[in-house]
Design a binder for this molecule. Structure first.
Ligand code: HAM
Length: 422
């Protein structure tokens, strides 16, 4: 028997209501803020991600699905959505549009990670990117959207963490401070941290091992080592967040796992679980487009994991609207009844109603059981008698009442029996 590949999941009909709920809220939020949808290919030339996400990151080192295509070119299944959007911005000359260009996307993302609850090898992201404006007000807009989405979904007990990790002017000196700080403590750190000490010391701050945490807590803070421009940007952003009433917390250990970030970084976590189960992450990436060969172009965005939003909605028992209205079932007897049922179903569907015809060659009783199992609000019964009188027997499945109703004008009568959500 074949099974879904490890780390992937089927999204079954019963779960679709949660997915659609998140999608609808996310699209509405994006539109309210003037963001337009973009879709990019599932795979890109591998170098796009190596250059931007960074050689030293877990994503590039061990998680990318990279393959040589039949033309001999190295391709990678998208391990994140920001680099492809920036590639598209450049490729389609979007710098000629009014800036910032505000874009949103839904896309599958592929990372060869160790699967566990909420961590998949194929997951799905909703993301937004605002390209071409360095103003801290745009950072606040984007952070406000991430937080606003969680509110719109009805998720509770979340923390919003923010930090500034500086830029190419101030970060090198800060990284040296960090290396110096950690150098005499290396013996006490985990092998991963020791390996990263020289090449990627920032990541020592977000090591999840308990034994490494006390050292990260005491480590020098990037926000204390910003150049005047980054400091001004950071203070201005915090001011905007205050004005917007967004309840953020500064966390100097928040550094993110992708190398393209500059200045602002942020994440949303469930309060009791912390960084392992981040729902949403993002930040500013003012050097990314230049890295792709474009003109200096600032950018900021975030992405949220659809699976993690759905997981938290389910855990918190957030009420989600029913996926589809309860159907109207049509039960029928005899060949003439079936023909009539098919015709009536077509007519009612063109009036916008949800209709299922129960399977033929079953007794009326079995058809009624089927209708009930389908969650039908109403069943219409068509037998020889009804056909002769141009009527249907209309059964209210909840009340167990039935009555004869003329076929003519049936739509209006059915609209009265408003199907209740399941
Ligand atoms: P990221 O933090 O790597 O950022 O991923 C964003 C979100 O995707 C995470 O917060 C998490 O909810 C979800 N996610 C990541 N990996 C998995 C996984 N293996 N299984 C399930 N969910 C996962 C980025 O990808 C950046 N491109 C975000 C961004 C946009 N930064 C600026 N603009």
């Amino acid at each position: 028997m074949y099974k879904a590949p490890r780390g992937t999941a089927d999204i079954l009909p019963a779960e679709q209501r949660h997915w659609h709920y998140v999608e609808e809220r996310a699209v509405a939020l994006a539109r309210r803020h003037g963001y337009q949808r973009i879709d990019t290919p599932v795979f890109e030339v591998a170098g796009l991600f190596v250059r931007t996400v960074g050689q030293e990151t877990d994503i590039v080192q061990k998680e990318m699905y990279t393959f040589e295509d039949r033309g001999g070119e190295e391709m990678t299944l998208r391990p994140e959505g920001t680099a492809p959007v920036c590639r598209a911005y450049l490729e389609h000359g979007m710098h000629n549009l009014p800036q910032p260009v505000r874009l949103y996307y839904f896309c599958p993302v592929f990372r060869y990670e160790r699967p566990q609850s909420g961590r998949y090898r194929q997951h799905h992201q909703f993301g937004v990117e605002a390209l071409g404006d360095a103003d801290p007000a745009v950072d606040a807009e984007v952070i406000g959207m991430a937080w606003g989405l969680m509110q719109d979904l009805g998720l509770r007990d979340l923390s919003l963490l923010v930090n500034s990790i500086g830029d190419s002017a101030c970060r090198p000196a800060y990284l040296d401070r960090l290396r110096e700080y950690y150098a005499p403590r290396l013996e006490a750190l985990c092998p991963d941290c020791r390996a990263r000490h020289q090449r990627n010391p920032l990541r020592l701050l977000d090591c999840k091992r308990e034994s490494c945490q006390p050292y990260a807590l005491e480590a020098p803070r990037s926000a204390d080592h910003l150049c005047p421009e980054c400091q001004e940007h950071w203070q201005s952003l915090l001011g905007h967040l205050e004005i917007l009433g967004i309840p953020y917390r500064q966390d100097h250990r928040l550094v993110r796992g992708l190398d393209y970030y500059t200045r602002t970084v942020f994440e949303v976590h469930p309060q009791e679980e912390g960084g392992q189960s981040t729902i949403c992450g993002g930040g500013r990436y003012d050097g990314l487009i230049q890295e792709l060969g474009g003109p200096p172009t600032p950018g900021i965005g975030f992405a949220t994991g659809m699976e993690r939003m759905v997981l938290n909605l389910q855990r918190q028992g957030v009420a989600v609207p029913a996926e589809a209205p309860r159907p109207i079932a049509i039960a029928h007897m005899g060949p003439a009844g079936q023909r009539e049922a098919i015709r009536l179903a077509r007519r009612l569907r063109s009036a916008g109603l949800t209709v299922v015809v129960t399977p033929a060659a079953r007794s009326l009783k079995a058809q009624m059981r089927h209708a009930s199992a389908m969650g039908a609000a109403v069943t219409l019964i068509l037998g020889e008698e009804e056909i002769r009188k141009a009527e249907v027997t209309l059964r209210d499945m909840d009340a167990g009442r039935q009555e004869s109703v003329p076929v003519e004008g049936l739509e209006a009568r059915l609209a009265e029996c408003t199907p209740r959500p399941q």
